[in-house]
Design a protein around this ligand. Structure first.
Ligand code: G6P
Ligand code: MN
Length: 442
């Protein structure tokens, strides 16, 4: 088995890159032959690369590090491609949010109209990345994809490139596990969870701590306090007021539906009225990210250009980076670690379509994920998932066939859009706003 790897971060210009590189380098068990940043936006990537160089200098100064916008160079003989592209950048995230909000619907990055618009932008660039990896990367490359919207990307790539070596992942479940560990006062490594869902659309059915069932204890806590405890306030994510509110909202969902512990993203689908009344079209989440995370990165790059020193601690990305690195490590060294990942259903959830892309626990081997079977799920959860799966499927088909009517069906079917009239209004405005990015719909 190969021991040393060429790793490429695709979407090198992301604000997450410095933090992820830090986690990659701190994982001493992962041996990196070369690290590359690859992006189509040279200017932005070069700025982020300045910070990345500082991170490398502080942890592993001898590392072979390269920055490129040329796929034939960056992806050549790559073993792992960590994909984190954001097609249309944060500016388009904000446009998605605002268009939906203007029509009285949830304006969100991956859920509802915003998620569908983002999906339409991302499907073909992801397919293109797969084709480039097939051409240039090693034959047993892995794309570890956390480009959003992961649910739609997973569905589209499964349909268009079923043999691609791509594993779609999301850090939200593991972020929630981090909160669970804080509540219980244990280390996250002590927890093992059972979970089922689509991406950003799932439930924890059981939580064990060192083998002991702690589900009821957690449910009681979450009903009262959401996913928050005293210890959570030390976490950078929880200190962000928007995320604090999100972790709190889980309490309400838990009280309404006490069967399982919810993914935080249910707030957009189940508490739409609460979310809308808290939303401000002049201060959307995308705008907050531009004002905070993005500004911080651009400022640090500018400081380095001016020859100043910067504080690298500010780029810490918490469990997000550690999770991605542990997925890469598992695929690299066959660690068989158990993680929640997105895989083709193929009978895992018995009463859902075979071709749904489901988020479930799997043991990660060097040949890919070995998912755990879930069995049949109760009507409420099945109904929700069938509707969302059909919505995402119609959207992917709309992109492939260039079908306006399928896009309209997808928008109409989404839980966050209340009528076909509104679905049509939003869709038409999204088509106009996304001219540069979407496939043509007829
Ligand atoms: C979580 C989700 C990601 C999402 C991110 C948004 O990590 O799993 O899919 O992109 O939250 O966070 P932000 O701070 O950009 O709103
Ligand atoms: Mn996610």
């Amino acid at each position: 088995m190969k021991q040393e790897f060429k790793i490429v971060i695709c979407g090198g210009g992301s604000t997450y890159t410095p933090g992820i590189v830090k986690d990659l380098l701190q994982e001493k068990a992962l041996r990196i032959k070369e690290l590359w940043l690859y992006d189509i936006d040279k200017e932005r990537q070069d700025k982020v690369a300045l910070i990345v160089r500082e991170v490398i200098k502080s942890i592993c100064p001898t590392l072979a590090f390269h920055v490129s916008t040329v796929p034939g160079e960056a992806l050549l003989d790559a073993d792992f491609i960590m994909a984190q592209m954001r097609v249309g950048k944060l500016e388009m995230r904000v446009r998605d949010e605002k268009i939906a909000l203007k029509h009285g619907c949830i304006g969100q990055e991956t859920c509802g109209a915003g998620g569908m618009a983002y999906g339409m932008r991302t499907i073909y660039p992801m397919v293109e990345l797969i084709d480039l990896c097939e051409k240039y990367a090693t034959k047993d490359y892995w794309i570890v994809n956390y480009s959003n919207p992961a649910a739609i990307v997973a569905k589209a790539t499964q349909k268009l490139r079923p043999h691609a070596r791509i594993l779609n992942i999301c850090d939200m479940p593991v972020e929630i596990e981090a909160r669970m560990a804080e509540i219980l006062g244990v280390s996250i490594e002590d927890l093992e969870t059972d979970y089922f869902g689509l991406n950003h659309y799932g439930w924890f059915t059981k939580v064990r701590c060192k083998g002991e069932d702690v589900t009821e204890q957690l449910k009681n806590h979450v009903s009262e306090h959401g996913y928050l405890s005293k210890a959570s306030y030390d976490d950078a994510l929880v200190r962000d007021p928007d995320w604090l509110h999100t972790f709190q909202n889980a309490g309400k969902i838990m009280r309404l539906f006490p069967d399982y512990l919810p993914n935080t993203y249910w707030q957009y689908y189940l508490l739409g009225d609460d979310i809308l009344s808290d939303s401000d079209i002049e201060n959307t989440r995308g705008l907050q990210v531009i004002q905070n995370r993005e500004k911080k990165v651009l400022k640090a790059a500018w400081q380095l250009e001016q020859g100043h020193e910067i504080n690298l601690e500010q780029f810490y990305v918490g469990i997000h980076g550690k999770f991605i690195v542990s997925v890469v490590k598992a695929l690299a060294y066959d660690t068989r670690s158990r993680q929640l990942v997105i895989v083709p259903n193929q009978g895992i959830i018995k009463n859902l379509p075979e071709d749904a892309m489901v988020e479930v626990p799997a043991y990660l081997t060097s040949r890919g994920p070995e998912p755990i079977r879930i069995g049949s799920i109760p009507s409420f959860y099945k109904g929700l998932m069938e509707q969302q799966n059909a919505c995402e499927e119609l959207l992917v088909e709309a992109a492939i066939e260039g079908s306006y009517s399928k896009a309209l069906q997808a928008f109409t079917m989404n839980r966050t859009i209340p009528s076909a009239n509104i679905a049509k209004e939003i869709l038409d405005e999204m088509i106009e706003a996304n001219k540069e990015y979407w496939p043509e719909l007829k």
